[in-house]
Design a protein. Structure first.
Length: 356
């Protein structure tokens, strides 16, 4: 890995949640472990305990009761809080950073929702994205789907974009998660002969809950849908687990995870579950489907018939004891360890910084 004098990181929320928040936490821990000085500029800091060594958190507090306005204010001020002698990674939409890490684009999200007219805040967000992509020396996209969106929707040269799929913590997510399988299933009221379908979601509309519930209606009664997330899913047969700190144990207890998202730039729950021996049922709109084998990822179109076909295929494997993945790493088709990923990220950042 090429040396860095230090680095700034801009992201609106720091904690140990899912998705990009987890990715940022992994980046912070990896940089700290390498002894790289780090200044993290954020709106909300929920790091458990003391900051990691070499890491400083700078919090820009919200000024108004309006979330979208606070976001714009944060993005306009964050760069001024950075250490000027260090290169800056922007994950929030901040023009002027050396590297932009992109988990998904706002314009792509809106277009997938069939939105043809954009309101004030959407237009401002897209404008800031566009400016950030144009000014950044290098852009890291978390999937091929996102790389195509950046190039096509924002007219950015593909030469500027590197596709690096997000890493998975191989210590946290492994087949050891299945050691507590029977215990966890019993705790949430799922019998051994029932099919536990895990739905990790904090945004049910975006993640396709309506389609999942429609497909499960009057389908096979052995399927139990468990929802892991802060928001309850108001459905008669849903098992609402709330926010879950021990996701590996849930992955290990599940028979499959599911996302039917309208827009899902990657979907880290897929590789995480796979490393715990559990396959994914993913809509073809989910970016992670690009990098999971057929045995590890049963894909479906976003309609009831296709989803039911995928569910039936999974149930057939469940009945024949061929659903569980015994060699998980073989089913993930990219370098997924944190060291492989972040060494590539930091090398790209160092090269862009040195080249000016």
């Amino acid at each position: 890995m090429k040396p860095l004098p230090g680095l700034n990181l801009i992201f609106h929320s720091i904690g140990l949640g899912g998705g990009m928040e987890r990715h940022v936490a992994d980046l912070i821990n990896y940089a700290s472990g390498k002894g790289i000085p780090l200044r993290v500029v954020t709106r909300q800091q929920n790091w458990p305990g003391e900051p990691p060594p070499c890491c400083e958190f700078v919090v820009i507090p919200d000024r108004t009761p309006f979330t979208r306005l606070n976001t714009l204010l944060f993005e306009s001020r964050a760069l001024y809080k950075c250490q000027p002698q260090w290169p800056t990674i922007g994950i929030s939409r901040v023009p002027g950073v050396v590297m932009s890490i992109v988990g998904g684009t706002h314009k792509g999200h809106l277009l997938d929702k069939k939105r043809s007219r954009f309101g004030y805040f959407d237009s401002r967000t897209i404008a800031r994205e566009n400016e950030m992509y144009r000014q950044a020396k290098v852009i890291v996209a978390h999937s091929g789907k996102v790389a195509i969106e950046i190039a096509r929707l924002y007219d950015i040269s593909p030469k500027k974009i590197s596709t690096l799929y997000p890493p998975v913590n191989t210590t946290t997510f492994s087949l050891e998660a299945r050691n507590e399988r029977s215990k966890v299933r019993a705790q949430i009221g799922v019998a051994p002969d029932q099919f536990l379908l895990l739905f990790p979601s904090n945004n049910h509309a975006l993640k396709g809950a309506d389609l999942i519930l429609e497909a499960l209606h009057d389908f096979d009664t052995r399927i139990r849908l468990a929802v892991a997330g802060k928001t309850r899913l108001n459905a008669p047969n849903a098992i609402n687990l709330g926010f879950c700190k021990d996701m590996p144990a849930l992955y290990g207890a599940a028979d499959a995870v599911i996302l039917a998202s309208h827009y899902e730039a990657f979907g880290l729950v897929g590789p995480e579950a796979v490393l715990c021996g559990t396959p994914a049922l993913f809509a073809k709109t989910v970016g992670a489907a690009e990098v999971l084998s057929e045995d590890a990822c049963i894909q479906f179109d976003r309609n009831v018939a296709s989803l039911r076909e995928a569910l039936a295929k999974a149930l057939n494997k469940f009945e024949n004891n061929t659903l569980q993945l015994s060699s998980p790493a073989n089913h993930i088709k990219y370098p997924f360890s944190p060291s492989q990923h972040f060494d590539q990220v930091f090398n790209l950042l160092a090269e862009a910084y040195i080249s000016g």
